[in-house]
Write a protein that binds this ligand. Structure first.
Ligand code: CA
Length: 497
């Protein structure tokens, strides 16, 4: 990955057997699986192991040239400190030219632009979700066919709303997440809520600025039974469908696009193919005035000095440090640290520890300066490359990026996950061609040819950029074609009662 590295990874499908000789004359001392690291020279015990020109740990044994380096032969360094970090030292604007490209989006009254035309129904509490799901199924079957310009209807299902310490300071995170999801541009400004009546998260608390709110409350006197409640939900939904059906796609500049980026089921190729190529696409969007979000606090913690250096101002660097420090404390309350992140699949895929995983994860943010930080559940309020401070958990990160206002989701994966959300199209990019071949009807873009040397990162970045625009204009992802999606997962760091 860098001339100063003392390791490289085996790109060959299936790995390489002991005794294999690389083109520059290195002989492998043992079998090394695909994606795993090999020592390029003799590495003494205690010596740094460098990948991406960064120390990813120290050798726990003497490792002669040609040795396999896995998580047992590498000691994880402590998380970098939060003091004396470089501040805005590498925040030069992109030199890349803006792209003349446009996409076909749905413009909203507030100026935002959606990529889908959806009716989203908010619930204030989990108690209502059974009846709401029944009503949504009937809306889909009986009403939606009459409104062909509407792409779908969905309930923002969640398990929050009652039985929670709602006055805890951290409760603001799940509450504003629900509020901002309802305001996502893909819902066209429609706001319809379903409430039980006695719950802690009262509609007036969820939407303090919306009075009157278009609301169905189950415990109201006039709701005499199941049929009456379902009829009420359907009638209100039809009003929204009539309005949404009038909307039409119109040519829109890339500056109106908000793209959420994350990875899941990562392997050692994530940081070689899909993530750096996504970084190129992100730079293209940012250079064109658009917005991209990167996230996953535990996967950037080890690269904090890269982030603060790329912050556009000392205020943005301070916000970065504050949220990473907040997350350190959140993890410490559970008796763990950022190293709790890696999975058995990450390690089997060649990622030895969280530091190595972090370096391959951050690279998806490209090279633009970091223009701002979005607190968990908050809505992005500026353009450019933004750090949305979210957990790395795929569903939680996606839910918070949706709240931040993302209208397209781009998801890179090495091990393979079918994850997608219903509220925003989710483009999946594989890090390896092997995965794209097996999951030919789940993976939207194969970044594997980069590892085989057939396509440059710049070319792959252009492919991803073009696909993002096509998807934003209405081209359906594999997950949309199959009609599959995952549930929302609210981030609630506050106590449950
Ligand atoms: Ca993730």
């Amino acid at each position: 990955m860098h001339p100063a590295d003392n390791v490289a990874i085996v790109a060959n499908t299936g790995g390489l057997p002991s005794g294999s000789v690389t083109p520059d004359g290195l002989t492998l001392l043992e079998r090394i699986p695909q994606g795993h690291k090999v020592a390029l020279g003799d590495i003494a015990r205690g010596q740094e192991i460098r990948r991406y020109d960064v120390s990813i740990g120290t050798a726990s044994h003497d490792l002669p040239a040609g040795s396999w380096i896995n998580e047992e032969r590498l000691t994880l360094p402590p998380a970098p400190g939060m003091n004396r970090l470089p501040i805005a030292t590498r925040a030069a604007p992109l030199t890349r030219k803006p792209r003349p490209a446009t996409f076909l989006g749905y413009r909203n009254p507030d100026g935002s632009v959606g990529t889908r035309n959806l009716l989203g129904i908010t619930s204030t509490v989990q108690c209502v979700s059974g009846i709401l799901a029944y009503a949504v199924a009937r809306i889909r079957a009986e009403l939606l066919p009459k409104y062909p310009n509407v792409d779908g209807v969905l309930a923002h299902d969640h398990t929050y709303g009652c039985g929670v310490a709602i006055d805890s300071q951290d409760a603001e995170i799940p509450i504003r997440t629900l509020r901002n999801i309802a305001a996502n541009p893909n819902f066209g400004g429609a706001l319809m809520a379903v409430s039980l009546g006695c719950e802690k998260l009262q509609p007036s608390r969820l939407f303090p600025e919306r009075d009157p709110l278009d609301l169905v409350r189950f415990q109201d006197e006039r709701n005499s039974g199941f049929d009456a409640i379902v009829t009420d939900i359907m009638a209100r939904a039809e009003n929204h469908l009539q309005r949404l059906n009038q909307r039409e796609r119109q040519p829109t500049r890339v500056s109106e696009l908000v793209v959420g980026m994350q990875c899941g089921g990562s392997d050692a190729f994530s940081g070689v193919t899909a993530n750096p190529a996504l970084g190129v696409a992100s730079d293209m969007i940012v250079a064109s005035g658009g917005t991209t979000l990167f996230s996953e606090v535990t996967e950037v913690r080890d690269g904090i000095e890269q982030l603060t250096a790329r912050a556009i101002s000392s205020d943005v660097a301070r916000d970065l440090i504050d949220w990473l420090a907040w997350y350190d404390l959140y993890l410490a309350r559970g008796g763990v640290d950022r190293s709790a992140n890696t999975t058995p699949g990450n390690r089997a895929g060649g990622l030895s520890n969280i530091r190595e995983k972090a370096m391959g994860s951050i690279i998806k943010s490209g090279s633009a300066p970091i223009a701002g930080v979005v607190a968990p559940g908050a809505r992005a309020e500026r353009r450019g490359l933004l750090f949305a401070a979210t957990p790395a958990s795929d569903f939680t990160c996606g839910t918070l990026q949706l709240a931040a206002g993302a209208t397209v989701h781009v998801f890179t994966t090495g091990r393979g996950t079918p994850y997608s959300l219903e509220a925003m199209p989710t483009l999946k990019i594989s890090t390896r061609s092997d995965l794209a071949r097996r999951w030919h009807d789940l993976i939207d873009i194969d970044a594997g040819p980069v590892a085989e040397g057939n396509v440059s990162l710049e070319e792959m970045g252009q492919i991803i950029f073009d696909q993002i625009l096509a998807t934003a204009s209405g081209q359906r992802t594999w997950a949309e074609r199959h009609g599959i999606h995952n549930s929302l997962a609210l981030f609630n760091p506050a106590p449950v009662t």
